[in-house]
Design a protein around this ligand. Structure first.
Ligand SMILES: Nc1ncnc2c1ncn2[C@@H]1O[C@H](COP(=O)(O)OP(=O)(O)OP(=O)(O)O)[C@@H](O)[C@H]1O
Ligand SMILES: Nc1nc2c(c(=O)[nH]1)N=C(CO)CN2
Length: 186
């Protein structure tokens, strides 16, 4: 009796949907956010980017205003590898680690990674402070209005309405330079 050969395995990995929050309050903030997004695109296929929000600092108040935005994309990197890649981008863009909530050239946080829930010393997903931060939720709601906090069942929109949005100004979206067109060799 002959058996049918099983179909050749194909790589059907689709990756995971991730939501990231970016912030900058030092240097050329727009240029830093733009550079960060361009570098993130090398590991995350970004398909939505919010407008830029200028926001008053939260936590440690004696520092310049931030520019914040959120983006969504697909990645095939596992969570800790993604964190490593994002931390490397922060370092490449000149960030020097100091203290929590300190001024920074660039900050890239992982908000959500598929429906994963994890807590390790290095990485907590969903980001533990995201639902209480208007500077995260306003841009996030813009790209994903139906998002729900799996722990409380509250929508991001609902969470945002109970937060003060004082000191937050919505600006235009960043314009990312197009990747160089591939050379036509024909
Ligand atoms: N979801 C997450 N996204 C990014 N970093 C995280 C996350 N969960 C835990 N971390 C850890 O937090 C560490 C400190 O991150 P970071 O310097 O960006 O903190 P912060 O921006 O000052 O404060 P906050 O975490 O409240 O935004 C990182 O090195 C990373 O290991
Ligand atoms: N407005 C604003 N405030 C902050 C921000 C930020 O990105 N925007 N990030 C912080 C630490 O991640 C602390 N405070």
């Amino acid at each position: 009796m002959s058996t049918q050969p099983s179909p050749t395995p194909t790589n059907t990995t689709q990756g995971q949907i991730v939501y990231l929050a970016l912030g900058s309050n030092q240097g050329d903030r727009k240029a830093l956010l733009t550079q960060a997004l361009l570098r993130i695109q090398q590991t995350v296929a970004i398909d939505a980017i919010s407008a830029v929000y200028e926001t008053d600092p939260v936590g440690y108040l004696d520092q310049p205003r931030f520019l914040n935005l959120a983006c969504r994309g697909m990645t095939e990197l596992p969570p800790l590898e993604l964190l490593k890649a994002l931390k490397l981008i922060e370092t490449e863009l000149g960030r020097i680690p100091t203290f929590r909530n300190a001024p920074r050239l660039i900050d890239i946080d992982i908000l959500l990674y598929g429906d994963l829930s994890m807590t390790t010393e290095q990485l907590i997903i969903p980001h533990p402070r995201m639902w209480e931060r208007a500077f995260v939720l306003a841009p996030l709601v813009e790209i994903e209005p139906g998002l729900v906090d799996p722990l409380t069942g509250r929508s991001a929109e609902e969470c945002l309405t109970i937060l003060s949005q004082k000191g937050m100004t919505r600006q235009d979206q960043l314009i990312l330079p197009q990747p160089e067109s591939t050379q036509d060799l024909s």
